[in-house]
Design a protein around this ligand. Structure first.
Ligand code: ACO
Length: 154
């Protein structure tokens, strides 16, 4: 496993990460929206309150502890299936590394931590969707290409 750079921490998402720029880090992915603190807490608290009811949803971040900023983030959620005898599947979503911090193995650390969380929670596989240009990154993380993604936008 690659080591984290000095003064960096990997940990669970906290409500105070609103101020540490968690939502700004996600902007490398897509439009995030300008959440007020109240709108952020609405979603953060909902996930926390309902986390063990059906789908387990866990977000981790890497922080730069000198700057007190979030620099990378990722989520795994656990789907409860009937197939594979009530099997569990982990889904990795919203992997984002701050543009100025890319290429320092932070993405790799986030993915390996999420794979580990999925395995510890009993998933028989962990899957994700990505663009063609990110395939080499996920292969380096230990994934292999399977199937195709389909989407329907409402
Ligand atoms: N093409 C080829 N190799 C790559 C690429 C790429 N696009 N990206 C990373 N790699 C390689 C690195 O060179 C490195 O290889 P090495 O071990 O031989 O040196 C290895 O993959 C690990 O790279 P990291 O330094 O950990 O990559 P980084 O921290 O930059 O994170 C990420 C990669 C997440 C794709 C980041 O660049 C990013 O946030 N991009 C913009 C947002 C994005 O595309 N997120 C993923 C969406 S898919 C999803 O969320 C499920």
């Amino acid at each position: 496993q690659a080591a984290l750079p000095p003064n960096h921490t990997i940990r669970a998402l906290r409500s105070g990460d609103y101020e540490r720029g968690f939502l700004q880090v996600l902007e490398v992915l897509t439009e995030v929206g300008n959440h007020t603190k109240e709108e952020w807490l609405e979603r953060f608290d909902y996930i926390k309150r309902h986390n063990h009811e059906c789908t387990y949803n866990f977000t981790i971040v890497i922080t730069d502890d000198v700057k007190d900023r979030v620099v990378a983030a990722g989520t795994v959620f656990v789907e409860r299936k009937f197939v594979h005898k009530n099997g569990l599947v982990g889904h990795i979503e919203d992997i984002a590394v701050d543009a100025s911090q890319q290429g320092k193995k932070l993405g790799l650390r986030i993915i390996h931590a999420l794979m580990h969380i999925g395995a510890k929670r009993g998933c028989y596989k962990v899957i994700l969707d990505c663009s063609a240009k990110n395939i080499p990154f996920y292969e380096k993380c230990g994934f292999t290409q399977k199937e195709y993604e389909m989407a329907w936008y409402v």
